[in-house]
Design a protein around this ligand. Structure first.
Ligand SMILES: Cc1ncc(COP(=O)(O)O)c(C=O)c1O
Length: 430
């Protein structure tokens, strides 16, 4: 059995290597160059710990904590932190000049490079502060009349549901919701559920690309096609998808998409993006007013007053880190880490997986429940006794703990989590 003290000491050695990468960002760049030179197949590389150790060391995480909550927000690699600090230092030299006149115009190249990741035109991509802002631009920016209906599931993100609920109180619209099967194994069944709940008054559909409760990947393309057939705009909440697994605009064929960049793209905290198809820009009001000449300009969604340029510009460094790893390699590694614990623990007849492990239905995030142990108490125990960070999920339909490793997570950490869980399943948490 792995001794906890030895394990944490082992983590300390890795933390030291990470700290070295922070002190010497050139070293972190060298890591990326080595990675770029590596020509292995993504699947073969997923289990190659020597390869991934180099990526792990590009981060400055505290390895005395086993952070398996990378769904909420992710640490950024040292080079991203460093870029942000440099831009911030420069901003403060004479902000009215250095920040407004020098740095802010540079965000156009960030727009272009993010647009290349999503494979859309830069003229369709706005830089926002997070997915919440992106989605609220859409949800509050569309004209709706009293009695109009909007459709969502009970598994969408609470803030996005609250946005519709506020419009119910403010504008007299009606939010219709339905619940999803757990786990959701059959994409066609999900599309049918959306179709069944559309009424003649439905004016907008909200869909999560990845369900925050379970990590379930939703059939976004088919639901967007359904919306188009019925003339209903579909707002895709991609908070958890961009930078997590590989897809582009062509795969979704959507008109509206919002994401956070501080989750899976490992960009600075407080960064997000909004895609709006060119011909639909004029249909959405910005959250903060912009001049009329900008009605058809995607930049109207960025009219938020004075804000730091440093966060936005350092997105460029996060994109280069992401491309350096390679999106396919990242996706394969994340699935490998997820399968490593999920396949091991699901052998127990007391473990219920609430996430489908079928190809294409989930990636890094999965949610499990141990029958007989309340999930809130289990999450507290993991933290208090083992310094393992997971999220307790409590929903009307189910409960569980959500586990989300990232590229900096080591196999040791995953195995320590699995071993701890096996002991808890055997002995309980008292
Ligand atoms: C599905 C979904 N939408 C929106 C958000 C909001 O993201 P942020 O807090 O980065 O705005 C989250 C956050 O976890 C989420 O899971």
């Amino acid at each position: 059995m792995l001794d906890r003290r030895k394990f944490i000491q082992g983590l300390g050695a890795t933390a030291f290597a990470s700290a070295t990468a922070l002190l010497n960002p050139d070293r972190a760049r060298a890591v990326l160059q080595t990675v770029a030179a590596h020509r292995g197949q993504a699947r073969d590389l997923a289990a190659d710990e020597d390869f991934w150790r180099r990526i792990q060391q590009a981060f400055t995480v505290d390895r005395s904590i086993i952070n398996l909550n990378n769904g909420g927000v992710s640490p950024a690699p040292a080079i991203v932190q460093q870029a942000m600090k440099q831009h911030l230092d420069y901003s403060h030299k004479a902000p009215a000049y250095t920040m407004w006149r020098v740095l802010e115009p540079q965000q156009e190249s960030v727009r272009s490079s993010l647009a290349r990741c999503f494979d859309c035109s830069p003229e369709e991509l706005a830089l926002t502060r997070n997915a919440s802002e992106s989605m609220q631009i859409l949800q509050n920016g569309i004209d709706l009349q009293p009695g109009d209906e909007v459709l969502a599931t009970t598994h969408d993100y609470p803030r996005m549901l609250n946005t519709w609920k506020q419009r119910e109180r403010r504008d007299g619209i009606v939010l219709r919701q339905f619940s999803l099967p757990i786990p959701a194994e059959d994409p066609q069944l999900i599309v049918d559920l959306y179709e069944q709940h559309i009424s003649p008054r439905t004016r907008a559909i909200l869909i999560s690309h990845v369900v925050y409760l379970t990590g379930q990947i939703m059939p976004v393309r088919a639901v967007c096609a359904l919306g188009r057939r019925k003339g209903i705009p579909v707002f895709v909440d991609g908070a958890h998808s961009l930078g997590h697994f590989t897809f582009t605009l062509a795969d979704l064929d959507c008109e509206f998409f919002g994401s956070s960049l501080h989750k899976w793209l490992t960009a600075p905290h407080g960064t997000g993006m909004l895609y709006v198809r060119k011909e639909r820009i004029g249909d959405i009001w910005p959250l903060q007013a912009a001049e009329e000449s900008k009605d058809e300009d995607i930049r109207k969604f960025e009219e938020i007053g004075t804000h730091p340029a440093a966060n936005t510009l350092a997105i460029a460094e996060a994109i280069s880190f992401y491309r350096g790893i390679g999106p396919e390699r990242k996706e394969e590694r994340l699935r490998f880490l997820r399968n490593r614990w999920a396949e091991r623990l699901k052998v127990s007849d007391r473990v219920r997986l609430h996430t489908s492990l079928k190809p294409g239905r989930s990636c890094a995030i999965a949610t499990m429940q141990v029958e007989g142990i309340p999930s809130g108490a289990l999450a507290k125990h993991l933290w208090k006794e083992h310094k393992i960070l997971v999220v307790a999920i409590k929903h009307d339909d189910f409960e569980g703990i959500r586990v989300a490793p990232n590229v900096y997570t080591s196999l040791d950490e995953i195995d320590y989590f699995s071993e701890t869980m096996e002991r808890i399943i055997r002995n309980g948490i008292d």
